[in-house]
Design a protein around this ligand. Structure first.
Ligand SMILES: [Fe+2]
Ligand SMILES: [Fe+2]
Length: 373
């Protein structure tokens, strides 16, 4: 809930600070994504102390990841600088770069939520004066004075404290007018899911690009199978998301669990269904739609290529799958005809992912060195 709460607070702050409606919306979106650069448990937990604020690596990496997606590029600097203190105005510029106002808003919203999280087991309503004072004490040193003024106005409202106590994310979304009516194109959504696949792979136990590869292989095979462009995009998205359960450490990764994560999202029910069926028995899969079979064969292809099988090895594995009634002869022929291309897609995906991981590692090393100098 940290991202939803931070976004809720940031949106109120932006509105109160008279940001334009477009800037309020961008602040909200950036706040929803602000810790996306925390690519492991350690960097996720590091920024959870109110005063210990020396954790800029995930902010820089988050900015870098968002800059890869055209729809999110305008948000990348907001995220990049979201741990920048105001420091009597010196925080308005870093290394000659202007720090966006939105970053300072998100920084304040993030710190408010981190502080409130420490008292979440108590009645926040009763503690509101103490909490408000504690935040206000950061004026000028940590936070821009205008934004503290905005916070003071918000904190005076009973409504703010009653929502902020809730653990139901719908209470936050409902408060933010029109956000629930927003739609994005399937192409943009595919780009975002491509990034999510990268994050899923970073969190999975094996050091590979499994989710990214399954998505891309599935997208290619769907296109070659002649299904509609919309269904091709959806099949690709299903491939990116089929392992999404690995992000949730609290529950076992059952196929049903994946369905429960994806199904409530509008327009995702078929994708949720294919992801769930993908791990079911071959009898159940045999009666599923074409997209689901493409997803299964893409998964199997990625597993074979992860074992460093050659194109011949891949085809032999798929022939075995036909004999065992795991896949139909039709999907075997499609895969067989495009085996060389599938191999190429897998290799390009592996190289792309490796380059991004190396880039992130380099950034981490450079930042850590700076901190210790
Ligand atoms: Fe952060
Ligand atoms: Fe955060």
């Amino acid at each position: 809930m940290h991202h939803v709460r931070t976004a809720f607070i940031a949106w109120h702050l932006a509105k109160e600070a008279s940001f334009s409606p477009a800037s309020c919306r961008q602040t909200l979106l950036a706040a929803l994504l602000h810790d996306i650069g925390g690519l492991n448990e350690q960097s996720r937990l590091a920024p959870l102390s109110y005063y210990d604020n020396d954790h800029n690596n995930h902010a820089l990496i988050g900015g870098l990841l968002l800059a890869h997606i055209p729809l999110f590029k305008p948000l990348s600097d907001f995220v990049r600088y979201h741990h920048t203190c105001w420091d009597y105005g010196t925080g308005s510029v870093i290394d000659g770069e202007q720090v966006p106002e939105e970053s300072h808003i998100i920084y304040l919203a993030d710190r408010i939520d981190v502080l409130l999280a420490q008292y979440r087991h108590q009645d926040l309503f009763a503690l509101r004066d103490m909490l408000t004072k504690k935040i206000q004490e950061g004026v000028n040193v940590l936070y821009k004075p205008e934004f503290i003024q905005a916070f003071t106005k918000i904190a005076a409202r009973d409504g703010f404290w009653s929502v902020i106590q809730s653990s139901n994310y719908l209470d936050y979304i409902r408060e933010i007018s029109r956000i629930h009516n927003n739609t994005i194109s399937l192409h943009n959504f595919r780009d975002i899911m491509n990034l999510l696949a990268f994050i899923i792979d970073q969190f999975s136990a094996d050091d590979d690009c499994h989710s990214l590869a399954v998505g891309r292989l599935a997208g290619y095979l769907a296109k070659e199978s002649g299904i509609t462009p919309t269904q091709c995009l959806k099949t690709e998205i299903a491939g990116f998301l089929h392992n999404i359960g690995s992000l949730d450490r609290s529950s076992p990764h059952s196929p049903r669990h994946i369905w429960e994560i994806l199904q409530p999202i509008e327009g995702m029910s078929d994708i949720a269904e294919w992801c769930m069926l993908q791990s079911s028995s071959k009898e159940e899969r045999a009666s599923g739609p074409a997209e689901q079979e493409i997803l299964y064969v893409s998964h199997r292809t990625a597993l074979a290529l992860e074992k460093k099988l050659s194109t011949h090895g891949l085809i032999a594995d798929l022939k075995l799958a036909v004999r065992q009634n795991e896949i139909s002869p039709a999907i075997f022929h499609l895969t067989n005809d495009h085996a060389a291309m599938l191999m190429q897609i897998y290799q390009v995906t592996t190289r792309e992912r490796r380059a991004l991981v190396q880039h992130i590692d380099k950034l981490n090393h450079a930042l850590n060195r700076e901190k210790h100098e």
